[in-house]
Write a protein that binds this ligand. Structure first.
Ligand code: UD1
Ligand code: BG6
Length: 371
């Protein structure tokens, strides 16, 4: 079933234009006449009022699913006005953190079977929260145990490292943000632009996949490295965490995703001429802050690789010293879907070049069903 691909991970990375299309099928409304551009999430329509009125939304997940929720957090807060907090399932359980009847707890899980997430669901349910599932697996324990939810419909994912499920999870949570915000007139233009952006997203992913050769070249340069740092912020803090997770889980290379706003509070001490650092600096409200992060890293002779918006090579790297990876621009909240693709490709090629098992990384399982 791998078709022309060597590995499932590679196949699933390249499948993303199609998996995103299936995720959104029947859920986006084009508008026209007097109709607004909007979304329909069949599984949530009777619960949106409760969610809008809840005192907070808590996202709960593990690994890549947690990162996907983190990527969607800003747009959910913006469009719903409800505070969003993030929980790694195991940490919520360790702390027995407070959860109330007025909370909405959203469980994000590709498999729908992860033990920690499932146990956190039982915990939130016993505290009376509205429990919502976002999962790829119809009939899974999380799909069955939640009050309502959305199937991401990304198709079966086989590679242990999650790729297409990640981008589909972000697409679904962005649609959730649109659905939560659709009682507000003031955000109407913003929402319509995002709907347009979602329609066009599969094409933009096709475009960014053309970076495959460049990422293979970059992987060749990095094959022997011990460590790789990835700096991001705003919508792309999650991209930094998820890119680093991919690199460590499959390429077995130490990698750390760092919130760029925290750079001066520790990570800057690591910067020298040898340690490779990827900086994500695509266009959004945080762009000028990322430009100054790049300047500061360059002042310490950091070995930089910058991911920027097409046409911005000069703006991010005026002296042409760093390597630049240019990606297509999409609506700011959808940019994480585009930006993760070159990092998925980099992790894939690094793994192959380093001679490790791509689809079954050492010591890891696709679905962790025991604690
Ligand atoms: C549903 C059908 C889909 C059909 C469409 C037509 C299913 C699984 N889906 O999709 O085949 O094409 O109607 O309108 O039959 N749910 C949870 N927890 C979760 C995920 C989902 O409780 O984690 C619940 C939802 O609240 C909903 C049901 O499962 O009641 C199906 O969810 P979903 O597949 O996302 O709904 P639709 O997109 O409407
Ligand atoms: C495992 C997988 O650790 O579980 C990861 O190797 C995944 O890729 C994590 O992100 C969470 O899985 P799920 O199915 O709950 O999304």
């Amino acid at each position: 079933k791998k078709g022309n691909y060597e590995h499932y991970m590679e196949k699933e990375i390249f499948e993303q234009p199609e998996s995103l299309t299936t995720t959104m099928r029947g859920r986006l409304i084009r508008g026209g006449e007097s109709k607004l551009k909007s979304v329909v999430l069949g599984g949530l329509k009777d619960h949106l009022r409760t969610m809008r009125r809840s005192r907070r939304i808590i996202f709960i997940g593990c690994g890549t699913s947690y990162n996907a929720a983190l990527a969607a957090r800003p747009i959910i807060e913006e469009l719903s006005g409800v505070p969003v907090t993030m929980e790694l399932a195991s940490d919520l359980l360790d702390r027995q953190g407070p959860i109330y009847r007025e909370d909405t707890a959203v469980f994000v899980s590709q498999s729908g079977e992860t033990a920690d997430t499932l146990q956190a669901l039982e915990y939130a349910n016993s505290h009376g929260a509205l429990c919502v599932g976002i999962t790829n697996t119809v009939g899974s324990a999380i799909a069955r145990g939640t009050h309502c939810g959305v199937h991401i419909n990304a198709g079966c994912e086989i590679g242990v490292a999650s790729t297409k499920a990640y981008t589909s999870q972000i697409a679904v949570m962005t649609m959730l943000a649109l659905a939560l915000g659709d009682d507000s007139m003031s955000s109407r233009n913003r929402r319509e632009e995002i709907v347009d952006g979602l329609f066009d997203l599969p094409n933009k992913v096709k475009e960014v996949l053309k970076l495959d050769k460049d990422m293979k070249e970059l992987a060749k340069l990095l094959t022997e490295e011990q460590s790789l740092l990835i700096f991001g912020r705003g919508y792309n803090y999650a991209t930094a965490l998820e890119g680093a997770l991919k690199v460590k889980e499959v390429a077995l290379m130490h990698s750390e995703g760092i919130l760029a706003g925290e750079m001066k509070h520790g990570p800057l001490a690591l910067v020298d001429e040898t340690l490779p650092i990827i900086v994500i600096a695509t266009r959004d409200a945080t762009f000028s802050k990322q430009q100054s992060v790049i300047q500061q890293l360059r002042a310490r002779k950091g070995r930089l690789i910058v991911i920027c918006t097409k046409g911005d090579a000069e703006a991010v790297c005026p002296y042409g010293v760093s390597r630049v990876i240019e990606v297509p621009r999409v609506e700011d909240c959808l940019q994480p879907v585009i930006n993760i693709v070159p990092l998925q490709l980099l992790a894939y090629h690094l793994t192959v070049l380093r001679g490790y098992n791509v689809d079954q990384p050492r010591n890891l399982a696709k679905s962790v069903t025991t604690q």
